[in-house]
Write a protein that binds this ligand. Structure first.
Ligand code: FAD
Length: 329
């Protein structure tokens, strides 16, 4: 099907779930799409740390599907064998006391790992990896792009979508358009310190994952409780407030503080194997979600979790809805 308007060629910056959903939807309506991604693979914060010995989801832990459009998409993923329901035994730690969670939410995870849906969506898209877009320039009613790695991108584009966290979008639109930079600058994103750990002396717990309140840790999860995972690796997230306040700590100092908290939660942390990761822009966004931003007069759009309430579902919907505006439905 041909696009009904004059937008023939779109550049999407960022191959996280928002950029991928935007790209797929545009491509299905006949728009030519090139995606540019600074890292080596697709999926962004829906990610998995992999070594020769172990693997662990270290970004998004699971996702929900409340909107019928996203629910339908997730059913496609389930049928394709790249997502499944995860039904953990969940506990909550509040005011120093453990109790069972009453949550009845249906939770999904990518299988065999959290980046599987992203890899699946990326399959029939044109994506240039290891390409960090550093500059956008208006040229004769179209967009020219520059990247850090190889200078100018040869193609020109009718429309550019920034599907990247607000602080990174802010840098690219700073001197281009005040509407885009105002919205990007008004978003508040917070960091997350993540620990992936094996505790050889820790006895089996009576929960698979737990929400932790009023501590510097906010989440702890046994990776092998999710479908198609092996090994015994915990993923532990620092709380957004503590992580943001301590974003400049060294990995060692962040690790030490989180280990103290784990000991306080009753974990036997002797002889641990630990890997740390700092997410600079993990969560948060606009106070009043706008869903996405489309500036059709200049051919510039913004999408991503930070414009749509955060989380995987919000990111996917943000990209999907922006695509619908671009292809003119
Ligand atoms: C620790 C953590 C835990 C989380 N837990 C959950 C959870 O349990 N459930 C849930 O639903 N959500 C969770 N989330 C949030 C969820 O991961 C995000 O909402 C969602 O993945 C965001 O997708 P996105 O496409 O908007 O952005 P991203 O996934 O950040 O994608 C943006 C992409 O753009 C690329 N990029 C950035 N700048 C450039 C540039 N200049 N040029 C080229 N490429 C660029 C990045 O490399 C990245 O791949 C969590 C996130 C983190 C970090």
């Amino acid at each position: 099907m041909s696009p009904p308007n004059s937008i023939q060629k779109v550049a999407i910056i960022g191959a996280g779930i928002a950029g991928l959903s935007c790209a797929k939807e545009l491509q299905s309506h006949g728009v030519a799409v090139d995606v540019f991604e600074k890292s080596r693979g697709a999926s962004g914060r829906m990610s998995t740390r992999r070594t020769q010995e172990w693997a662990a989801d270290h970004g998004a832990q699971y996702f929900t599907a409340r909107d019928p459009r996203f629910h339908q998409e997730v059913q496609r993923w389930v049928q394709a064998g790249i997502a499944d329901i995860w039904s953990p035994t969940l506990k909550v730690f509040t005011d120093g006391v453990w109790h069972k969670s009453n949550s009845r939410e249906t939770r999904y995870v990518g299988i065999p790992s959290m980046n599987s849906p992203g890899k699946y969506l990326a399959e029939d898209l044109t994506i240039q990896y290891e390409t960090t877009i550093s500059r956008l320039e208006r040229r004769g009613g179209q967009w020219a792009l520059q990247c850090n790695e190889s200078g100018a991108i040869s193609a020109l584009y009718d429309y550019v979508v920034l599907a990247i966290p607000a602080p990174q979008a802010s840098i690219l639109v700073k001197d281009l358009d005040s509407r885009a930079s105002d919205i990007a600058d008004s978003a508040q994103m917070k960091a997350c310190w993540t620990m992936m750990a094996h505790f050889p002396n820790q006895p089996t717990t009576d929960f698979d994952a737990a929400f932790i309140n009023q501590e510097i840790i906010s989440w702890i999860c046994q990776n092998e409780s999710k479908p198609m995972r092996q090994g015994s690796r915990w993923t532990i997230h620092g709380s957004p407030d503590w992580s943001q306040e301590n974003v400049e700590l060294s990995k060692e100092d962040a690790q030490n503080q989180m280990m103290e908290c784990l000991a306080h939660l009753g974990f036997d942390c002797r002889n641990p194997e630990i890997s740390m990761h700092r997410w600079r822009y993990a969560s948060g966004g606009l106070e009043n979600a706008t869903g996405f931003l489309s500036l059709s007069d200049v051919g510039l759009g913004l999408c991503g979790d930070w414009l749509n309430g955060g989380r995987v579902e919000g990111a996917w919907l943000s990209g999907f809805r922006l695509a619908a505006v671009i292809h003119g439905e």
